[in-house]
Design a binder for this molecule. Structure first.
Ligand SMILES: [Zn+2]
Length: 402
């Protein structure tokens, strides 16, 4: 069992490196005609260098994480950190803490280089060291509390229910996923300030657009994204009556009213087609698979004995299920989810076109790519395997009906 697990970790790391390499080589691809005007010569050179810096860092980060995981498994490091005599909950918490601490140390180093060196070099970064540190600590605490809590629940349920755990836990994970999307507005409030969009032409036009479709949201809010980055975005959050649309303040600063309306109409298209909810169901599939992998792992002592444990360790089970079992299925899951998501994006673009914002959407998107140094000519394979959105060129062709 151990050699197989090590081979899988090595292969999935190589697969990820292959994807980064594809992205790296995209820089040399010729520009499609309909996006040739996005970058001038100088901006284009800047993009090439940005793409190179980013993908190089990604390759290094994937390599380091992969090697780390490989070595930890090879030397049975997780079993070595468990003190003798602790109960199963203490044992699972210590394994998770050990793993997450190591991952965080590596992750924070790379995130630091990404934010403070690369993003800063190209003028995107506005995060201060204090905000960066605060973000990392909040993320660490939330992630640790969630995973440790979940695995304690899993361990308790597994001991009480036996094999039924697989079905039940898939349900628990799904509900938790839903709860997180409900709580997301609350969580993001810890990190950012939100203010209602002020009265004026823009607000009136957005409200009219929604009224036309009988679409209701609780609020239209502006987020102070400029505290961290110069990049722009807009998204819906929450479900049902709690739905809120969030516009990055950067968006308001660089786009015309017409372009913001177009992007808003696109987001509303997602809302009208209940795209987020549909994605949640794809997530359910993912959760069910995760629960299944966990269940398969804890059914016997074999996977634990192979890595030096005396019996079942629920913390290690999570690592094993995620890094070994599920990682084999991940490329396939990504393929399906991304294909589904790209279809949703085309449909949301069509919504903007129907509202008469086709041209504004094209100019808005071009601006977004220009400002954010987006990739304009990724290879087909990269898009197929990793892109949740169609390329800019594909979107423009679809919007213009060509
Ligand atoms: Zn979209």
């Amino acid at each position: 069992m151990k050699p197989l697990a090590l081979i899988i970790v090595a292969l999935t790391t190589m697969w990820d490196e292959f994807l980064h390499l594809l992205a790296y080589r995209s820089a040399a691809n010729p520009m499609p005609d309909n996006v040739k005007d996005v970058y001038d010569a100088e901006r284009y050179r800047k993009w090439q260098s940005y793409n190179r810096d980013k993908t190089r860092l990604n390759m290094l980060s994937t390599g380091v994480s992969g090697v780390l995981m490989f070595v930890l498994l090879l030397i049975n490091a997780h079993a070595a950190v468990v003190p003798a005599g602790w109960n199963i909950y203490g044992q699972l918490i210590i394994v998770l803490l050990f793993q997450q601490l190591l991952e965080t140390v590596v992750g924070v180093c790379f995130a630091w280089v990404n934010t403070m060196r690369i993003e800063a070099k190209y003028g995107f970064n506005r995060t201060t060291a204090a905000t960066f540190a605060r973000d990392q600590i909040i993320n660490f605490v939330i992630e640790f509390v969630l995973t440790a809590g979940l695995m304690c629940a899993f361990a308790a349920l597994h001991r009480a229910l036996g094999d039924w755990i697989a079905v039940l836990f898939a349900g628990v994970l799904f509900l938790l996923g839903l709860a997180i999307s409900f709580l997301y507005p609350v969580i993001s409030r810890i990190r950012n300030k939100f203010t209602p969009l002020e009265e004026g032409e823009l607000r009136t036009r957005l409200t009219d657009l929604m009224a036309k479709h009988g679409y209701r949201v609780r609020a239209i809010q502006v987020m102070d994204a400029s505290r961290r980055t110069t990049k722009s975005n807009a998204y819906f959050t929450g479900f049902g009556r709690m739905k809120t649309i969030v516009l990055y303040d950067n968006l308001l600063n660089v786009m015309t009213t017409e372009e913001i309306c177009a992007i808003f109409a696109h987001e509303m298209g997602h809302g009208l087609h209940k795209d987020t909810l549909k994605m949640q169901f794809l997530n359910l599939l993912r959760m069910a698979l995760m629960a299944m992998c966990l269940w398969l792992t804890v059914r016997t002592d074999a996977p634990f004995a192979a890595f030096g444990f005396a019996g079942v360790n629920y913390g290690f089970a999570l690592l094993f299920a995620g890094a070994v079992e599920l990682s084999v299925l991940n490329p396939l899951l990504e393929l399906i989810t991304n294909a589904f998501s790209r279809r949703q994006e085309y449909r949301a673009d069509r919504q903007a076109v129907q509202e008469g914002y086709g041209d504004a959407l094209v100019s808005g998107l071009k601006k977004l790519y220009r400002e954010d140094l987006g990739c304009l000519a990724p290879s087909r394979l990269t898009v197929l395997l990793t892109y949740s959105h169609p390329t800019l060129s594909e979107r423009i062709s679809a919007i213009q009906g060509k």
